[in-house]
Design a protein around this ligand. Structure first.
Ligand code: HEM
Length: 301
């Protein structure tokens, strides 16, 4: 049993990274980090299954903004290293929530510095810059929004108050990343998403990104036809967490009947498998020990 757990964790970490750097998750004894041990953010983001399931729908929603996809197409290395890119984003989410205060602040500042070079013009001539507070707000919001939906779909329903607390805490991180106004409650989130919808679309750049996402090898160790089938299923399953209008926009709103029947159960089963294998993930354990005042002398092996 232990071997199977270890194998599950190792397979996950091979693609998604380890996220147990003592310099980030350890640190000054008693340091609560940006949101603290009693936060909903610690509770929800300790569920690695929900955080990882949120990755795909969050990125798809983000790039539905034509300025975001322009920046990504012009300057991102996602084609060369798609897993590296998603590792970096997962690392950002975990470090800002669980990292010690200095590490969390440093990672936010580092990513802001990278974003300061992400400037250009969309194919329709509209200039963009990644540090535009409106764009940062949109990209930021897609992450906690999808984590909440993944958590509710695969773990348990959350009360309005729990969702409000989570969004309020995550909004602090969004503002530190350069957003001006980000939704702080579930009601504000609904209004905000509605207000953004007219700005979202699928153009040639979006299609190019989606084609890459939907067709590049996903399970590279498997034979091509099986990889393709599983990949398609994984995309339908991931996108089932996004609202229906987003599935329609990208043309992933009509899964085959069997896929439709299976996505929910498979998502939940896969989440249970990850939860069982990880227990409390190391990043959360280390952060809890740090906040409780323990000094961690050796890195987790
Ligand atoms: C709060 C919002 C955002 C977050 C949390 C975020 C997160 C990240 C992270 C973690 C990296 C990787 C840094 C590294 O290499 O270690 C990155 C790089 C990058 N981001 Fe963002 N980002 C946000 C907004 C945006 C926006 C609005 C755009 C485009 C308009 C954008 C485009 C890029 C590009 C082009 C890179 C360069 C590296 C690459 O993807 O290969 N980001 N971002």
């Amino acid at each position: 049993m232990n071997a199977l757990r270890r194998r599950t964790v190792a397979d996950f970490e091979k693609a998604a990274g380890r996220h147990d750097d003592p310099a980030v998750y350890g640190g000054p004894p008693g340091d609560p980090g940006l949101v603290g041990p009693d936060s909903m953010s610690w509770r929800i983001n300790s569920d690695i299954a929900s955080v990882s399931a949120a990755g795909l729908p969050a990125i798809v929603l983000e790039i539905l903004h034509p300025s975001v996809v322009a920046g990504v197409q012009d300057l991102s290395n996602y084609r060369e290293d798609p897993f590296g890119r998603s590792r970096a984003t997962l690392g950002y989410v975990l470090a800002t929530t669980f990292g010690n205060t200095e590490a969390a602040t440093t990672v936010i500042e580092r990513v802001k510095r990278i974003h300061s070079f992400v400037n250009g013009a969309r194919p329709d001539g509209v200039p963009y810059r990644a540090l535009d507070p409106e764009l940062i707000a949109w990209v930021h919001t897609c992450i906690p929004w999808m984590i909440l939906r993944a958590y509710e779909a695969t773990n348990r329903p959350l009360s309005q108050q729990e969702k409000d607390r989570y969004l309020f805490e995550q909004a602090l991180i969004g503002r530190m990343g350069g957003a001006d106004r980000v939704p702080e409650t579930a009601a504000e989130l609904d209004d905000y998403v509605e207000s953004m919808r007219p700005k979202l679309s699928v153009n040639a750049q979006t299609r190019e990104f989606l084609d890459f996402l939907l067709t590049s090898p996903f399970f590279p160790d498997l034979p091509d036809p099986i990889d393709r089938q599983l990949h398609r299923f994984a995309i339908y399953a991931g996108m089932s967490l996004a609202p229906r209008w987003a599935q329609e926009l990208i043309g992933y709103d009509r899964p085959p009947l069997l896929t439709r029947a299976l996505t929910g159960p498979v998502l939940r089963l896969d989440a249970r498998r990850l939860r069982w294998a990880f227990g409390t993930p190391r990043y959360a354990q280390m952060a809890q020990e740090r906040a409780a005042g323990a000094v961690r002398e050796v890195a987790a092996s």
